[in-house]
Design a protein around this ligand. Structure first.
Ligand SMILES: C[S@@+](CC[C@H](N)C(=O)[O-])C[C@H]1O[C@@H](n2cnc3c(N)ncnc32)[C@H](O)[C@@H]1O
Length: 229
């Protein structure tokens, strides 16, 4: 069974200073996110906790050429040398989400794989909310890690940094706590064999090298979107 039958997966080169090829099996979630951004006609946005191999470039490509995207992370080492295919302006900010200070309010804030590492996700989304203009959107992508399977075995993350590996289950409540309206929730579960890109992604995530023919189901990724007034 070839990978493309189950999980067509996108590869992203994350910049000449990092020399890393990154495989993102969650590209369907990214694609849904960028479609949402296009439907909102966002001209200003921020990717908070953008990381070195995240979706900043995908977001930048989806925004109109005159748009501005703030890429925010506490770690100054994560930023690539360029966001080549994007035509909009990308401004990098080294900041902590809890003390977020964007130059201006934005149409949309996006955050992927950040809240699961944080001790106080509600404080983090509250800080994000302050920088979304009335009528703007907050888009959160976080996993329900324990839905993942290697064969029939459940997945647990090997990372010590993770505070709540199932934070995806809390996204609706977090958006509701902010008073967000028109909350939509979507979920994505990439699957593939152990030898597939999904299997390799899992191996990198858990340290477990799955057998080539073992069926893998990656953790469900929840995409939650709320309208901020
Ligand atoms: C797991 S990575 C996710 C990166 C990227 N968003 C993605 O989807 O692949 C989490 C990122 O959040 C950053 N981070 C952690 N705590 C943060 C904080 N308090 N404020 C801002 N960024 C933070 C880390 O430096 C890291 O780059």
């Amino acid at each position: 069974m070839e990978d493309r039958h189950l999980i067509p997966t996108k590869s992203t080169s994350v910049g000449p200073n990092l020399h890393t090829e990154v495989v993102d099996p969650y590209y369907r979630a990214t694609s849904q996110l960028t479609s949402l951004l296009a439907s909102f006609e966002a001209n200003t946005a921020a990717d908070v906790g953008c990381g070195y191999a995240g979706i900043t470039e995908d977001i930048a490509i989806a925004l109109p050429p005159k748009a501005t995207l703030y890429a925010v992370d506490t770690d100054p080492e994560v930023f690539p040398a360029s966001y080549k295919p994007a035509s909009c302006q990308v401004i990098e900010l080294v900041q902590d989400v809890y003390q977020l200070e964007l130059p201006t309010q934005v149409d949309a804030i996006i955050s992927r794989f950040l809240l699961l590492d944080l001790a106080d996700p509600l404080a983090a989304v509250t800080a994000m909310r302050r920088w979304i203009r009335p009528g703007g959107r907050l888009l959160l992508l976080e996993p329900i890690t324990t839905t993942g399977r290697i064969g029939t075995r459940a997945i647990a993350s090997a990372s010590d940094e993770i505070v709540d590996q199932d934070i995806g289950l809390r996204l609706y409540d977090l958006l509701a706590a902010l008073g967000a309206e028109e909350i939509t929730i979507d979920a994505f579960t990439p699957v593939g064999l152990g030898a597939s890109l999904a299997g390799r992604y899992l191996g990198a995530m858990t340290g477990v090298d799955p057998a080539p023919s073992t069926f893998i189901s990656l953790p469900t990724l929840v995409l939650a979107c709320g309208h901020i007034q």
